[in-house]
Design a protein around this ligand. Structure first.
Ligand code: AMP
Ligand code: MG
Length: 422
């Protein structure tokens, strides 16, 4: 790849007091993402959540034959009465999966079930509710049109048609669709590998007693959870002390074993000078102060062939920056052709929210149905960037754009659902 011109895009100077807007950072990152190329053929069940490396073409017409859309009687449209009554003789029965192989002459019809192949010489199905049946004869009036209630071969899918394009992220409905074509093996892009570690002298791992001033390392668990939902291979490298030799060793090891390296902590002003030096030595990385809350500091770049995301240390900032930057980037790297950002929905805010214009805020919110059936939302709990409890209680982000100021109760705001984001 050509070396990215990180300097130009790094928002003037790395510590320029002018922050980098969220959208600009997102676009910048997008320009340097190189999706995985390697592919593998795997059995259909394993394809869920993976990205197709091939177009799925229909190997047949679906449905394969003209067939009946209803239970009734198959007949030739020429035998339909323009007015008055008509009477036809029933010469056999066609079931789904069991065709009627005989001939259907003028004045004759065939009892037919939904999905059964249309017998030769028939083109219309009159539904059973519209006929009187007596012995082997049916009588019916006008009203049915020639060709009615017949499904055509290839109506759903035509032979050779692209059913799902390469670059598509496979969902449960797609598994069924591919199975309906009789395809059992599919070529997908290989799984992305993500390595991550937490930085900080104050961090203790689960199982260790907490010394004075220590906190348990929670970021490795939220990151693990968020990466798991994306279906990538995960390499958890534990906690690394704020020690340049250990950090350098960990960064090199991570970049050699993964496509994406994630770290948390150590990128805020003060600490960053230190990581900055190291990352500049090992690769090309920009340090941004993003115009967002929570989640201000963010580093992005390359270490060797790996993409690097230096997330903030605060537990909620880690999650917000992951959802807003890392998730979309990972989807592109996984091979997805056009990942859509998580949709924004409108909801009536039932509490007031204090907000200063100038940066995008992602407030933790509780979305619910109001008495009149309209969606309402309220900011919940303590919105501090270290308070995971309110993150755990929330079911959405209230997204307040750069330009927006205080929100009064009753105003409409935009929310982003947490469920379904990853
Ligand atoms: P930093 O960005 O390294 O200055 O960290 C900011 C804040 O987040 C500090 O209060 C840290 O103690 C806290 N923090 C950093 N990393 C973690 C982690 N892995 N788990 C929990 N808290 C963390
Ligand atoms: Mg730290």
């Amino acid at each position: 790849m050509t070396q990215p011109d990180f300097i130009q895009a790094s928002c003037a100077d790395d510590y320029d007091p002018d922050s980098m807007p969220v959208d600009k950072a997102r676009h910048f990152i997008r320009a340097y993402l190189e999706p995985v190329q390697a592919q593998e053929s795997i059995h259909l069940r394993g394809v869920l959540g993976r990205v197709l490396a091939q177009d799925i073409l229909s190997p047949c017409n679906v449905p394969n034959h003209d067939n009946s859309a209803m239970d009734g009687y198959a007949l030739n449209g020429a035998d339909l009465p323009a007015s008055g009554q008509a009477s036809l003789q029933v010469v056999g029965t066609a079931f789904a999966g069991k065709t009627f192989a005989g001939k259907v002459g003028s004045g004759e019809c065939v009892r037919i079930m939904t999905g059964a192949v249309m017998p030769d010489q028939t083109d219309t199905v009159i539904i059973q509710e519209h006929v009187q049946a007596e012995g082997d004869r049916i009588t019916f009036g006008a009203g049915t049109k020639a060709g009615q209630n017949r499904r055509f071969a290839g109506e759903d899918l035509k032979l050779g048609q692209v059913v799902l394009p390469a670059g598509h992220l496979v969902r449960p409905a797609d598994l069924g669709l591919i199975a309906s074509l009789g395809i059992g093996e599919v070529r997908v892009y290989r799984k992305l590998r993500a390595a991550f570690f937490s930085t900080g002298d104050e961090l203790a791992s689960i199982g260790q007693p907490l010394a004075a001033g220590q906190v348990y390392d929670s970021n490795r668990y939220t990151i693990y959870g968020m990466l798991s939902r994306l279906g990538v291979e995960i390499i958890d490298m534990g906690v690394v002390r704020d020690d340049p030799i250990l950090l350098e060793k960990a960064l090199i090891e991570a970049s050699q074993s993964a496509d994406v390296v994630l770290t948390s902590g150590g990128v805020s002003v003060g600490e960053a000078d230190y990581m900055k030096e190291l990352l500049n030595k090992l690769g090309q990385v920009v340090f941004w102060k993003i115009a967002m809350k929570p989640g201000r500091p963010l580093a992005y770049g390359r270490i060797g062939h790996a993409h690097y995301f230096g997330l903030p240390g605060n537990p909620v900032s880690v999650m917000v920056t992951f959802y807003q930057f890392v998730r979309d980037a990972m989807l592109v790297l996984m091979g997805q052709a056009n990942p859509q950002p998580a949709p924004l929905l409108n909801a009536v805010c039932i509490t007031s929210i204090k907000k200063t214009p100038g940066r995008t805020e992602f407030q933790r919110g509780a979305l619910g149905l109001g008495d009149d059936g309209a969606w309402t939302v309220q900011a919940i709990g303590n919105q501090g960037s270290g308070v995971l409890r309110s993150m755990s209680e929330a079911n959405c982000f209230i997204v307040l754009s750069d330009s927006c100021g205080n929100i009064d109760a009753g105003m409409t705001v935009q929310v982003q659902l947490m469920d379904g984001i990853i």
